[in-house]
Design a protein around this ligand. Structure first.
Ligand SMILES: NC(=O)c1ccc[n+]([C@@H]2O[C@H](COP(=O)([O-])OP(=O)(O)OC[C@H]3O[C@@H](n4cnc5c(N)ncnc54)[C@H](OP(=O)(O)O)[C@@H]3O)[C@@H](O)[C@H]2O)c1
Length: 328
């Protein structure tokens, strides 16, 4: 099991240090919206995560998990297990709060739920703004970025960054912003390795966080996606060489690219398994073998927003219906 001291840290361009793996806390959506943890289960998971060495937690306004993440951290601070400065908390601004003047209020609400005075990282979840009724808003993401700069200047966030931005959109923030984004969070797993976008972001000094890192290996919200599974022979061979599991090999493949995996589990055994990846390194040829699975297939592809002027991804022929718009 990894002790906290064994989890390396990556230096951000604001001088802060980010632990090299984050625990994801998104529990999925059902017909009522974000799935809520029952009987404080997520709080207990986060407390256990702190016990086994996690120091980085990824949440978001839309996940509806900020309260239990914050409660767990605060309980561990009260117990003397950690200090606030030992823990790195990332949360995200939702798309319906993109006007500059909304950003500070949105983060203050998140901080109240978290029970914290500041977050370590505040991300713009998507470059596209939406109105309250989920119709498209024309608010420019650079206006939103000014709002993120405001929260840094007020001390409410130590660092700011972007999520689900494409290269042109990142370039605009770098060119027109006053504060450079510290982080880019995007989907990365063997089915979408994102070579070019990762290279660009890293060349500009951003640290990249990879979400859904386990890709097609695992069941996600009751669904399996095409691609290699946990028993994939090529991955099993690499895993056996290091005495690891195939999920550990894939998480290490991200770490060896200087990408911070954001892996979600609420299972005590897998919580330990996923952080136990800092005592081996993959060889270049093994990295290349894993790269071969790339099919540029996204799992997170909200094609219902694809006619938005700031939609970051390629368009598809048959967009799906918008699940956020409630039908009467
Ligand atoms: N910025 C964005 O737009 C965005 C989008 C999506 C996700 N995210 C972030 O990324 C996090 C992770 O994304 P994700 O949940 O899509 O993908 P993931 O972490 O790659 O996969 C999670 C799934 O894998 C299972 N699992 C975890 N570790 C395992 C292991 N060692 N062996 C077998 N199964 C394992 C989990 O089940 P158990 O819980 O039962 O272990 C869960 O079903 C989210 O929680 C969120 O914080 C961000």
């Amino acid at each position: 099991m990894a002790a906290a001291s064994e989890v390396p840290k990556l230096k951000l361009n604001n001088g802060a240090e980010m632990p090299a793996i984050a625990l994801g806390t998104f529990l999925g959506f059902d017909q009522n919206g974000p799935v809520k943890s029952e009987n404080k289960h997520l709080r207990d998971v986060v407390m256990e995560a702190i016990d086994v060495g996690y120091r980085h937690f990824d949440t978001a306004t839309i996940y509806n998990t900020e309260d239990e993440v914050g409660e767990a951290i605060n309980m561990k601070i009260r117990d003397g297990k950690v200090k606030r400065e030992d823990v790195f908390v990332t949360t995200k601004l939702w798309n319906t709060q993109h006007k500059r003047e909304q950003v500070t209020e949105a983060l203050k609400t998140s901080l109240e739920k978290l029970g914290l005075d500041y977050v370590d990282l505040y991300l713009m979840h998507w470059p596209l703004g939406l109105n309250d009724d989920y119709t498209h808003s024309s608010v420019d993401f650079m206006e939103t970025w000014r709002g993120l700069e405001d929260v840094v200047n007020q001390g409410l966030a130590k660092g700011i960054g972007v999520s689900n931005f494409n290269e042109d959109q990142i370039r605009r923030v770098l060119t027109e912003g006053n504060i450079k984004p510290a982080v880019l969070q995007i989907e990365i797993h063997p089915q979408i390795i994102q070579t070019d976008l990762v290279s660009y972001a890293q060349s500009q000094g951003l640290v990249v966080m990879g979400y859904s890192p386990l890709g097609s290996l695992v069941m996600r919200f009751g669904m399996m996606f095409p691609g290699p599974r946990v028993d994939d022979p090529k991955l099993v061979k690499i895993a056996q060489k290091y005495g690891k599991s195939t999920p550990q090999v894939v998480l290490r493949w991200l770490v060896d690219r200087n990408i911070v995996p954001v892996a979600k589990t609420t299972n005590p055994k897998r919580l330990r398994e996923n952080i136990n990846i800092f005592d081996f390194t993959l060889e270049k040829s093994e990295m290349e073998d894993i790269n071969q699975y790339d099919s540029k297939k996204r799992y997170t592809q909200p094609s219902f927003w694809q006619n938005h002027p700031y939609y970051p991804f390629e368009k598809v022929d048959n967009p799906i219906a918008d699940p956020f718009i409630k039908k009467n």
